[in-house]
Design a protein around this ligand. Structure first.
Ligand code: SF4
Length: 267
């Protein structure tokens, strides 16, 4: 079986949600504008390194959703997101802080790691190259708010970066955050992941897979007033047995786990 970061983090957040998604096939309908825009934008970033016209790529990809019934957050529109994306691409080109040699090989790299019992772990790394002259693996994020930079060292706790470092055995990691806001901003963040962190992550993966294979799927809502993680969980309708909510946010796919690795291209 193939496991991915998204699967492991989904299980750790709530094992019941994992079962709904990966065993029963209940997937969230893809209607969030920000998520779809993020995918279009990442394709535009790729074209920066491949020598294409990144602005044209963004326009072309995003235009496919111009009339789609997407969910926009307050203040977001199709036009505004396009405008923000174009300004971020201009800024990215001006900054010129990232180099990706041989972009055909070093962008969207599929990395596999063998696990016990014929399982494997699969991940897609956005890029391997240089950030401010330092060789590292990189992840792009498109978001509407800045990544927290304080207290110092916070980035080194990012579980996805630790996972990618474990998967590739590369210590230096970078996060490039494209912030869509009034004045678009790009954060270039870099940190080192230690061998101890990589080993600890490996143990966490092994422990999680043991629990999945033992069919342990208790609900773990994490409710602690006033936070309620269930409110933002796409499987809330299933837990509440609320058919209207299920119909609004979910779609059931056959062969759930066979396609699970594709999540890595989306999340
Ligand atoms: S609604 Fe809450 S308990 Fe149910 S799957 Fe989602 S996070 Fe878990």
């Amino acid at each position: 079986m193939d496991y991915s970061f998204t699967q492991i983090s989904n299980y750790l957040r709530c094992p019941r949600s994992y079962r709904y998604r990966y065993l029963d096939g209940w997937r969230e309908k893809e209607t969030r504008a920000a998520m779809i825009f993020g995918r279009c934008f990442e394709n535009a970033i790729e074209s920066v390194f491949k020598g294409g016209d990144c602005g044209a790529t963004l326009f072309q990809e995003w235009s496919a959703f111009r009339d789609a019934p997407l969910e926009y957050k307050k203040g977001e529109t199709w036009d505004r997101m396009l405008h923000q994306g174009m300004r971020l691409l201009e800024r990215f080109a001006q900054d010129n802080r990232i180099q990706v040699p041989d972009p055909q090989r070093n962008l969207q790299i599929k990395v596999l790691r063998d696990l016990p019992n014929a399982n494997q772990f699969v991940g897609f790394i956005d890029a391997i190259g240089e950030l401010d002259g330092v060789h590292c693996l990189m992840d792009w994020k498109t978001t509407s708010s800045r990544y927290a930079e304080a207290p110092q060292g916070l980035l080194g706790l990012d579980p996805q970066l630790i996972c990618y470092s474990w998967l590739t055995r590369i210590s230096e990691v970078g996060l490039v955050v494209f912030v869509r806001k009034q004045q678009p901003e790009i954060q270039y963040l870099r940190t080192s992941i230690s061998e101890e962190q990589r080993q600890e992550f490996g143990r966490l993966v092994a422990m999680t897979i043991d629990q999945i294979e033992a069919a342990q799927f208790p609900s773990h809502s994490g409710i602690r007033f006033p936070q309620n993680g269930c409110v933002s969980c796409s499987h809330l309708g299933l837990c509440l047995r609320n058919q209207e909510l299920i119909d609004t946010s979910l779609v059931r796919l056959p062969g759930a786990n066979d396609l699970a690795w594709l999540d890595e291209l989306v999340d």
